[in-house]
Design a protein around this ligand. Structure first.
Ligand code: SAH
Length: 353
């Protein structure tokens, strides 16, 4: 049975499905889910992420984290963690650059939060020299200084969508119409959690809510506040959610979110205001465009140094990668960065409080 048939049978038997349940099933169904059943990354896959575009991304991010580790007295041992590490490329690049900082790589205990067993296998291969450990939940992070990175993790967490009707909200659901998956709206209900959104929305507006993100960040911020450390997060989105940002990508092309369950990546823009609201235990940086952050860290100098060793097609694609990561019309502006550090501790280089 395909995932589409499974979903249609389930909805027919049990009624319309919440969007967050639909997304979780599409991405992480044990055998038919998108991340559990395929290798989505890279040119052969469905989409390309920043660490897969160029080694420069992980190198600079890694050195920013290593600087924070130095600023906090070089604690050893410490947890070097990643949320949703994909193929392990970002962690590998980070560790290679971090090896330039005496003691950093030796003191790092690599801990990865990854839901997909197939991707854990790939990460085990990429990082075999570093003996990584995997955890199933953020609460399993060891109680010690924790330096953490996450790229395109929060956009993969399931969202719910609500359409305003008067002072109430109707939840967008996945139902079945004439034998096919179709969106519909549930009954209008008062939603005390969105009371403040009545001030900046109008009748008919759609807002998104990612309930899974806040507890992850609250746990993380508390760990960092208690034991020291830092978090460096990259993702795409904006300050406050407004409008439908759920998108499906298959084979580098957009498709409908209901068109290919389990065969397309499903993501939504990250609501950075909601993320930061969960981090009050720490000092957050400003939300900073990825291009600005990478330029401040010296990506142009690093790009020039690497370019000196390249010719022909390799040089062309290196120049294109630099542009793609930083240019405002490519990933430079849509993608944002922020970091968390304990209160009273120096912020990571390249970011302001
Ligand atoms: N950071 C990588 C991959 C981003 S894709 C990169 O930049 O290339 C999202 C990653 O998060 C994948 O590894 C996916 O399997 C993982 N993931 C998605 N939902 C998850 C969840 N709920 N818990 C843990 N990992 C999850």
């Amino acid at each position: 049975m395909s995932l589409r048939e499974t979903l249609i049978a389930q909805i027919t038997a049990q009624g319309p499905m919440r969007l967050d349940a639909y997304i979780t099933t599409c991405l992480l169904h044990p055998t038919l889910g998108y991340y559990t059943s395929r290798q989505p990354f890279g040119m052969q896959g469905d989409f390309v992420t920043a660490p897969e575009i160029s080694q420069m991304f992980g190198e600079l991010a890694g050195l920013a984290l290593a600087q924070s580790w130095l600023d906090q007295g070089a604690p050893a041992p410490f947890t070097l963690a990643e949320l949703g590490p994909g193929r392990g490329t970002l962690m590998a690049d980070l560790l290679r650059a971090g090896a330039q900082v005496p003691g950093f790589a030796q003191a790092a205990q690599i801990t990865l939060l990854e839901a997909a067993p197939a991707l854990r296998d790939v990460q085990a291969q990429t990082l075999s020299a570093h003996a990584p450990q995997w955890i199933d939940s953020i609460t399993d992070l060891p109680e010690q200084p924790t330096f953490l990175i996450a790229n395109e993790f929060f956009d993969a967490l399931p969202i719910r969508q609500f359409v305003r009707e008067g002072t109430r909200w109707r939840e967008r659901q996945v139902g079945v119409q004439e034998g096919a998956l179709a969106f519909g709206l549930g009954p209008a209900q008062v939603q005390p959690a969105f009371a403040q959104r009545l001030q900046d929305t109008q009748n008919g507006d759609l807002i998104e809510d990612c309930a899974a993100a806040a507890p992850i960040l609250t746990t993380l911020a508390t760990r960092i506040a208690t034991h020291g450390g830092a978090a460096l997060v990259f993702d795409y989105g904006d300050w406050r959610s407004l409008g439908d940002t759920l998108q499906a990508v298959r084979d580098h092309r957009p498709t409908g979110p209901l068109d290919a369950p389990g065969q397309a990546d499903l993501t939504a823009h990250v609501d950075f205001e909601a993320l930061l609201r969960a981090c009050t235990a720490c000092t957050p940086s400003r939300i900073t465009p990825q291009g600005v952050f990478l330029e401040r860290l010296g990506i142009t100098a690093r790009a020039q140094a690497l370019a000196a060793t390249l010719t022909g097609d390799a040089l062309e694609s290196h120049i294109a990668a630099h542009r793609r990561l930083t240019h405002p019309q490519e990933m430079g502006n849509l993608f944002k960065t922020f970091a968390l550090v304990p209160k009273g501790v120096a912020m990571l280089p390249g970011l302001d409080i």
